[in-house]
Design a protein around this ligand. Sequence first.
Ligand SMILES: *[C@@H]1O[C@H](CO)[C@@H](O)[C@H](O)[C@H]1NC(C)=O
Ligand SMILES: *[C@@H]1O[C@H](CO)[C@@H](O)[C@H](O)[C@H]1NC(C)=O
Ligand SMILES: *[C@@H]1O[C@H](CO)[C@@H](O)[C@H](O)[C@H]1NC(C)=O
Length: 627
Amino acid sequence: MVFIILLIFLRIEKSGDWFSFEFFIPNDCIAIFTKMPNQIKDIATRDETSVSYIFEQNVTIELKDNSGLVRCNVYRPKNSEKVPVLVTYGPYGKDISYEAFHPQSFSEVNPEQRSEHSAWETPDPKFWTSNGYAVVRADERGTGQSVGKLDTMSRGTSEAFFDVVEWAAEQPWSSGKVGLLGISYFAGSQWRVAARQPKGLSCIVPWEGMSDYYRDRCRHGGILSNKFIKFWWDRQVVSNQYGLSGRAARNWGPDTIEGDLSADELVQNRQDQTVDNLENQFRDDPYYASKEYSMSDIKVPLLSVANWGGILLHLRGNVEGYTHAGSDLKYLRFITGRHDLPFYYKEEVELQRSFLDAFLKGDDRAGWANGTAPKVDMVLRKGNVGHNNAEGERTFPRRQETEWPIARTQYTKYFLTSQKELVTSAPTESRSTKISYEALGNLDDPQLVQFTTPPFETETEITGHLVAHLNVSMSANAGAPSPQDIDLFLTMRYISPSGEEVFYTGTAGDPVPLCKGWLRVSMRQVDHESPRDRSWLPHRNYYSTDVRPVIPGEVYAVDVEIWPTNVIVEKGGKIVLEVSSGDTQGSGIFQHNSPVDRSTERFQGKNHIHFGIAENYVTLPVIPPVE
Ligand SMILES: *[C@@H]1O[C@H](CO)[C@@H](O)[C@H](O)[C@H]1NC(C)=O
Ligand SMILES: *[C@@H]1O[C@H](CO)[C@@H](O)[C@H](O)[C@H]1NC(C)=O
Ligand SMILES: *[C@@H]1O[C@H](CO)[C@@H](O)[C@H](O)[C@H]1NC(C)=O
């Protein structure tokens, strides 16, 4: 590092109100962290003229391990004392405007949270600078203007984020206190960096951000969640790779400061998530193992915001992250609505500000810092307000709780019957039977069986974690080879008293059911020794050593984790448990349909649920009314 600094030639220019300085690092130095054909230069420019805050673009942050250079934009109040800093670090382009990134979404954002420097899923600089915060928006290493290897969600990129947080705490205009606030990628990354405990980090607000790379995002119950990863990678990550040509021409931020990299160099400089997640199956593969961290190392105050509708990506991580974080002061808030918009709703922004003010400015108006604020604040999904209907969802009541899961939960078994019912008393099946369905279903050709409760006699709240216990087997189709494994896809649905299914708002505003769960039967092994194994959430390690054979004709009893959910079942409403061999309604862009991960050879044939010899049930977390 020292010798890089010695080789920097600093040039300062001043022209009018623009103040710019450039430094050049000779080429051979750069080879230390990446193959770069072009000379690294840095142009940081400060503009105090056109906006209500100071805007510095392309500011350089050196990484302690020389693995690249991170560039960021700094937005900070004019004529101000030292201020606390809100930092985001991610791959979507510090200079790609929200409007260019997603015009339709931008047009629907609360106008008070829209400005010329708005960017997708990040805090709006205009609003936060006017409230006494600096905003640092960094391009993740290997993307946008940041030099180095693009390796999203890796240990290396999290270490770079650590440097960015410490840098933000050390700046002359910084109060030394840093908070993290952002949606999705800008939330998922918070858990990891907070577990590294960078100096200055004072609180985090992971807003719809998964915390467990393997279980939440990549492999649901061991099954590859390929479709979203590919969509995400192609549309918004590799499209912004450092050195990729033609970005400006596509209105996808400016071209790279140092110019383009060749196609070969681009490949060399990235770790492709679509490839890596297909090639690696187990949590003890170095690819996944290297991304592990311990949630108990997170010590800063946190506000985890989970969306009941985030049923295929973020919801689980917000709940588990809250549950396992080592922070003394931690809060869990449930919301509904789309993935992009609620973060900017007026009342949600005020909540963010209240929390951040408490830990970054010492102004605690709501009892966050003395721990008197409610630990868990839930929105209760009652009735049918339609999906993608923000106004309708505002009518959902809220309730506060002191813990998660709710201590008074009555875990109640609902038994599956061979008559496709879901009943609370254990069925006495007179003979052993099975219900069969074709393996390898998919969204276009779903193969499923549904078990339905009788109409509920009283209004009943279901809030918390669900587990399904099933006795399953598989067999070959006539004349076809034997299968070797079973993929279980479970879905919980709610049928209103008038008989229609109620759909909730999914991540993209699409209609989704209550929740889903998955299991690859060869990965059925549960680690009952783990402190994270709970009766309401079986803990699996998904190690290569956990793989168990699945033999045609053998019956296996499995406990399938279903992601947490909430619904107020109305009098006359019904609950459905759907068991299928592939994605069904509600999977949208999050499908599990890789022909390699779910090969015909391995998964073909018929799947069966067995009755008579054993019990099959789903345990629902029923919440009794408070007296
Ligand atoms: C930051 O870098 C980009 C890409 O070269 C450039 O378009 C932009 O003008 C730079 N910002 C400033 C203020 O120089
Ligand atoms: C906790 O902080 C809140 C908000 O500042 C305050 O109203 C409340 O009195 C405090 N409670 C205790 C027990 O200190
Ligand atoms: C089915 O599940 C039950 C528990 O409900 C278990 O005891 C039994 O061994 C399983 N049946 C078979 C045939 O594996």
